[in-house]
Design a protein around this ligand. Structure first.
Ligand SMILES: Nc1ncnc2c1ncn2[C@@H]1O[C@H](COP(=O)(O)OP(=O)(O)O)[C@@H](O)[C@H]1O
Ligand SMILES: [Mg+2]
Length: 242
């Protein structure tokens, strides 16, 4: 663990209805990096993600954010530091502006500048501000969801299969936006995906989750050696047998 280690899991387990959903998970993710978490459906990816902002409480082990156990931190304050974007964007009634300012209003922190900065960083133009959020395409809504998270100036972004409902061209643009955000805002990002090719494109670090176990974790260059550029080859090489 170095001073730049942002998220650490130390022997984390979670049981739900007699099943072990997370089994003794440990990893350290440096600040300002993207960890891609891949694994088949039901392997515990969403559960893992939601333990980080305490939407789900773990049974054993410890999760540290900047060296402090999250159990010692106020759950509300943690959620303010951590933005979560899910697979299907949940838009509130009303305009894009109302959607983005929602969290700011709750904290009495609304300012037009904060909204405009979030809008710009999510790569939406100001023309969107007064449009009804529910009338936008899914790809545009996903950008509004990102802007809504960014408005609260998070340190960490949790993305739960954020491109699952998007076509491949929009997906690539979304990936570029998030990578850019990592660079300009220094965000630490945990990105859950079931798409191996996406994990290769976005992950600085990669975790492979199977039946609740983190079978592999490491820098992308170690998990996906250069010799196995083709992801089918990586699969055959034993990286991800599913
Ligand atoms: N509230 C719950 N109660 C019981 N089992 C659950 C609950 N939530 C998730 N699970 C189970 O935990 C496992 C992991 O689920 P999840 O984290 O959603 O996986 P993934 O996101 O990888 O598809 C699954 O087997 C799922 O059925
Ligand atoms: Mg899931």
């Amino acid at each position: 663990m170095t001073s730049h280690t942002h998220i650490v899991m130390d022997r984390v387990s979670k049981h739900l209805r007699g099943r072990t959903v997370l089994n003794n998970i440990s990893f350290s993710l440096p600040a300002g990096k993207i960890m891609a978490v891949i694994g088949p459906s039901g392997s515990g990816k969403s559960t893992l993600l939601r333990t980080i902002n305490r939407l789900i409480e773990i049974d054993s082990g410890t999760i540290f954010i900047y060296h402090t156990s999250i159990k010692k931190q106020n759950p509300i304050r943690i959620r303010r530091k951590i933005g979560l974007v899910a697979q299907t964007p949940a838009m509130f009634e009303g305009t894009v502006l109302e959607n983005i300012r929602y969290g700011l209003d709750l904290q009495n922190k609304y300012s037009k500048q904060a909204v405009l900065k979030a809008l710009r960083d999510a790569e939406l133009t100001t023309e969107f501000l007064y449009r009804k959020a529910s009338n936008l395409s899914v790809g545009e809504q996903q950008r509004v969801a990102i802007a809504r998270a960014l408005a609260l100036e998070p340190e960490i972004l949790l993305l739960d299969e954020p491109t699952a409902a998007l076509d491949s061209k929009i997906t690539r643009r979304f990936e570029a936006t998030i990578k850019h955000l990592k660079d300009v805002r220094g965000l630490t990002i945990v990105w859950v995906t079931h798409d191996l090719a996406q994990a290769r494109r976005v992950g600085d670090y990669v975790g492979i989750l199977k039946r609740g176990k983190l079978e592999q974790f490491g820098p992308a260059s170690k998990i996906f050696p250069a010799a196995t550029k083709d992801h089918d080859k990586a699969k055959r090489g034993g990286c991800c047998k599913w």
